[in-house]
Ligand binder design. Structure first.
Ligand code: FAD
Length: 254
C-alpha cells in the first residue's frame, strides 16, 4: 500500500498522484493500481524513483474513484511491470497523444540528461489538455504542439506535425505513446523514412504479469512482451489499430 503525498490537477481531465514511497522504473514501465473496493488497472510510471508518481486521465469508474482520493489516503501499487523505452542514438523524436505523455515525460528527461537532442511533439484535443509541456521544456526538449481544435500550435493531429519534422530533420529513433491510430500513422512514417520506432501500446489488463490473456495482441502479451514494441513487432501485428479484447474477452473494433 502506497500513501498519497501530492494529488494535483494537470489539465481539466488529467491528474497526477505523487507517493511518499520510492519506486524505480524505466520510462514506459507500468504499475497495477488498486483502488480498494473499486478496481485495479495499469498506469505508467510518470515519475520514477523518489517521489514516484502516476498521471491519469479520468475516464470510467476506476479513475473516477482514484480522482476522489486525498493526500494521506493509501492505494495498492504492484510493479513495475513490462519493458520500457531504450534510448538509441543522439537525436530522437518523441510523439505523445493525450495522456500518452505520462509514459514519455520521464523518457524525455532521461534522454536529455544523457545528452540526446529531443524533439517533442505533444498532441492534445485542445490547448488546456496539453500535458507536461513545461516539464518537457525544462528537461531541454524542443516542443512542438498540435491541437485537434487549433487552440494552440498546429490545428491537426500529432502525426501531421511529426511528418513535417521528419521531412526536415534526421532522427535516430522515434518514440510514441497515445491513441492507437496515431501509432499506426507513426509506424507508417517510420517505415517510409527508414527509421526505427518504439511505441508503448495499451490493452485492457487484469493480471499485468502474462497469465490472464486480457491484453493478448497477435500472440503477444502487452503486459509482459511490451508495453513497448519495436517496428518489427508492430509491423507483424494484424490487429494493431483494428481490434482489441473487451472486459468479457470478446474481440471488438477499436
Ligand atoms: C501499460 C498501460 C499503461 C497505461 N498508462 C496510463 C497512464 O499513464 N495514464 C492514463 O491515463 N491511462 C493509462 N492507461 C490506460 C488506463 O489503464 C485506463 O484508462 C484505465 O484502466 C481506465 O479505467 P477506468 O476504470 O477509469 O475506466 P473503464 O470504465 O475501465 O473504461 C473507460 C474507458 O476507457 C477505456 N479503457 C479502459 N482500459 C483501457 C486501457 N488499458 N487502454 C485503453 N483504453 C482503456 C475503456 O474501453 C472505456 O472506453 C494505461 C494502460 C496500459 C495498458
Amino acid at each position: 500500500m502506497f500513501t498519497i503525498a501530492e494529488h494535483t490537477q494537470e489539465t481539466p481531465s488529467i491528474k497526477t498522484i505523487r507517493f511518499k514511497e520510492t519506486l524505480s522504473a524505466t520510462p514506459a514501465q507500468f504499475v497495477m493500481v488498486w483502488v480498494p473496493g473499486v478496481d485495479e488497472f495499469p498506469m505508467s510510471a510518470s515519475y520514477t524513483g523518489h517521489g514516484f508518481g502516476i498521471t491519469y486521465q479520468i475516464l470510467g469508474d476506476g479513475t473516477r474513484a482514484l480522482a476522489s482520493k486525498e493526500v494521506g489516503d493509501r492505494i495498492g501499487i504492484r510493479g513495475p511491470y513490462g519493458n520500457g523505452f531504450v534510448l538509441h542514438g543522439s537525436r530522437v523524436l518523441v510523439v505523445a497523444g493525450g495522456a500518452g505523455m505520462a509514459a514519455l515525460g520521464p523518457f524525455i528527461e532521461e534522454a536529455a540528461a544523457k545528452g540526446a537532442a529531443v524533439d517533442v511533439v505533444i498532441g492534445a484535443r485542445t490547448a488546456e489538455e496539453i500535458l507536461f509541456e513545461k516539464r518537457s521544456m525544462l528537461a531541454g526538449g524542443r516542443i512542438h504542439i498540435s491541437t485537434d481544435d487549433g487552440t494552440k500550435g498546429l490545428k491537426g493531429f500529432a502525426t501531421e506535425l511529426a511528418s513535417s519534422l521528419l521531412d526536415k530533420e534526421r532522427y535516430d529513433c522515434m518514440y510514441a505513446c497515445g491513441p492507437e491510430r496515431m501509432i499506426v500513422g507513426l509506424l507508417k512514417l517510420a517505415t517510409e523514412k527508414g527509421i526505427p520506432i518504439q511505441a508503448s501500446l495499451e490493452r485492457l489488463m487484469k493480471c499485468g504479469i502474462g497469465i490472464c490473456d486480457s491484453c493478448a495482441l497477435d500472440g503477444k502479451h502487452v503486459c509482459k512482451d511490451g508495453p513497448v514494441f519495436s517496428e518489427t513487432d508492430l509491423r507483424a501485428m494484424a490487429e494493431l489499430g483494428k481490434t482489441k479484447l473487451d472486459h468479457a474477452g470478446r474481440k471488438v473494433p477499436i
